[in-house]
Design a protein around this ligand. Sequence first.
Ligand SMILES: CC(C)(COP(=O)(O)OP(=O)(O)OC[C@H]1O[C@@H](n2cnc3c(N)ncnc32)[C@H](O)[C@@H]1OP(=O)(O)O)[C@@H](O)C(=O)NCCC(=O)NCCS
Length: 321
Amino acid sequence: MKRDIPSIGEVDLWWLYASDLNEVERARCWAWMTPEEHTQQQRFLRSEDQRMYLATRGLVRSALSTYADIQPKEWRFTTDTHGRPWISGPRLQPTWIFNVSHSRDLVVCAITSHGDLGVDVEGIDARRDILGIAKRFFVPEEYTALLGLSERNQQEQLFSAFWTLKEAYMKARGMGFAIEPQWLHISMQPALSMSFDRKVSDHPNRWAFSLGQLHTGHSLALAVSWGSTAPIPPEQIPANAPNAPDIEPTSLFAPLPDAERALPASRDQRALPASRDLGYHLVAHSAARGLQVRLLHGREALHARPSADTTPAKTPVTPSP
Ligand SMILES: CC(C)(COP(=O)(O)OP(=O)(O)OC[C@H]1O[C@@H](n2cnc3c(N)ncnc32)[C@H](O)[C@@H]1OP(=O)(O)O)[C@@H](O)C(=O)NCCC(=O)NCCS
């Protein structure tokens, strides 16, 4: 059964852990990829990078196919000047927008049909010099907010919240780090909001942001625009949306179970939660926006299509342990 493609202010957020894919699922993803993608995948030296590449292509293709009578292998993609991938075929009216992010073993793919869209996930890395990075890349108020926290764990969580929100916006604009992080000013109180330096040439009132925390310790942020390149008149902004609570500053620091807080510091080690659930905990939506986010497990997409085009074949991807 086909899903309805998310409309204005709606986002589907597909997710999976790359190491969860079984042999049949890996074979499907491989069969959907183009020869160029096969070559690209083989360029990665580490098996976990190959696996992530494969899972990402499989998730994007199969998730898009849940909305249309289009086989996962039929999708074609192109990238723009800053490397952002777009759907180049089959042609859709209006074009659907997707954005991908991965961190360690987790891959997420956000999809909508209107506006700009960016997603970012970020794991906690205890080795990072977060204050050093914040001093360089954050605005003074954000740096001061981090300094005001006495516990390293809380600093990590606030740092990840700032970082993912900035990067989600930078990705939604398709410009990545061509937009400098310190041009974006985030405030968490009394509610989540972002304002922009003049160099950004944009207005915050056409954007909604969502910030969540996963039980792996990842932060996950979404930036979604209301489809216009111009600021939206206030009367057109949906107010009092049921799922748009103001941020409770303490909820950002909801304690994580010990085992999950002690995440490996190295990218080489995968942080796998005991439960394979995403464990998504919404921290904040930017105020007064009716942003609707639907979480969907990628396995559902991988199995949505009968396997006519995916005869299991040996993939050169190292199986997960
Ligand atoms: C986009 C960017 C911020 C992503 O950073 P990251 O934290 O390492 O990666 P994430 O996992 O969050 O996202 C990666 C995904 O974002 C997407 N992406 C790549 N470039 C993007 C862009 N400019 N805008 C939005 N999304 C982009 C891709 O789907 C990519 O996944 P893939 O490599 O598997 O296809 C960073 O790569 C960047 O700044 N790129 C721009 C570089 C640039 O300007 N290049 C121009 C040529 S010099």
